[in-house]
Design a protein around this ligand. Structure first.
Ligand SMILES: Nc1ncnc2c1ncn2[C@@H]1O[C@H](COP(=O)(O)OP(=O)(O)OP(=O)(O)O)[C@@H](O)[C@H]1O
Ligand SMILES: [Mg+2]
Length: 307
């Protein structure tokens, strides 16, 4: 089984300076997982605000270097010094960001973004070739160049704009997309459309997607596998349905209970489910004496040594 992406024992520490002295934040703490090259999937990273999801995504995109561990894309490190190597890597691993209204300059026509991306990755100025690439990418997300040509961001709906952002990411035909909370800024009615689009990218185009979210409902709906992160650590991982149907780790149970008790998990606000929260915090206190234990059903759960 050849590997598309290999994340091996990756940690990221940030030094924070404060009036009370320097402090270290372990944004990501010994995370490992892999995505196979021959089996496109939606791999979800789920966890509350501050659990390290974006930091992990930025490291996979080569934008940030791990403090420890390695990230390999098709067997090669994702961090590249040379511009040409970086461009080649970016053609393979493309980001989709959270807020389409922030991603686009309000004074710039949206087709301009697609155009400059196409120019860069196709390394051509041939107008017909560029327009064909733009239109091809837009068709994949259910739009066309004719529909968006000459329009400014405010002239498109949030859902359309997010689809344009995804189309832009698809221009170089990447085998891997990293979508960091792509639906958190679109309203509920559009959320399913975007989520279904990610699914069709997997099923029809063979694109793997790392889907980052707070939202258990969409995670359950589209993920093949997932990892649940808490304060930088993976507490549970495995096949999405197995884990979410019957979460084993207290924090995973808390996440699920919070979704059932409050509708705002999508905004990163978790309703405190008293006992579970206390339990999971208590366990965090001795997080060092812990490891991920393999279960027969394909999942791994963090277990803590007594003491
Ligand atoms: N450049 C940085 N310098 C210092 N600390 C950072 C930096 N980037 C992230 N952090 C810290 O690392 C932790 C993880 O942040 P991260 O943005 O990865 O979380 P997240 O899971 O993406 O959260 P959210 O759901 O709110 O987007 C947080 O405690 C954050 O404050
Ligand atoms: Mg984030």
């Amino acid at each position: 089984m050849s590997s598309l992406l290999e994340v091996a024992n990756v940690s990221k520490r940030f030094q924070m300076g404060g009036i009370l002295g320097r402090q270290e934040v372990r944004a990501v703490d010994e995370v490992s997982f892999g995505i196979a090259a021959d089996k496109p999937e939606i791999f979800t990273i789920i966890g509350e605000s501050g659990s390290g999801k974006t930091t992990l995504a930025r490291m996979i995109l080569g934008l940030e270097r791990p403090s420890e561990g390695n990230i390999l894309f098709r067997g090669e490190p994702v961090h590249h010094e040379r511009r040409a190597d970086r461009l080649k890597f970016m053609a393979n691993v493309q980001p989709v960001f959270q807020n389409p209204f922030e991603a686009f300059n309000p004074l710039k026509r949206v087709d301009r973004y697609l155009q400059s991306t196409a120019r860069r990755f196709l390394a051509t100025r041939d107008k017909a070739a560029i327009e064909a690439a733009m239109d091809g990418a837009l068709q994949k997300v259910g739009l066309s160049l004719a529909e968006i040509a000459g329009r400014f961001p405010h002239e498109l709906s949030g859902g359309q704009l997010q689809r344009v952002a995804i189309a832009r990411a698809l221009i170089p035909n990447p085998p891997l997309l990293i979508a960091d909370e792509p639906v958190s800024m679109v309203d509920a009615s559009l959320r399913m459309a975007i989520v279904n689009l990610l699914k069709s990218l997997r099923d029809d185009l063979g694109v793997s997607v790392i889907y980052i979210t707070h939202d258990l409902a969409t995670a359950y709906y589209i993920s093949d596998r997932l990892i649940i992160m808490q304060k930088g650590r993976v507490v549970e991982m495995g096949p999405a349905r197995t884990v979410l149907d019957q979460p084993e780790h207290p924090y995973s149970q808390l996440l699920k209970a919070s979704v059932l008790s409050a509708d705002d998990a999508g905004a990163g606000r978790l309703a405190p489910a008293g006992d579970l929260l206390a339990l999971s915090n208590e366990r965090l206190g001795r997080a060092d004496a812990s490891r991920l234990e393999e279960r027969g059903d394909g999942r791994r759960v963090r277990v803590y040594e007594a003491g």
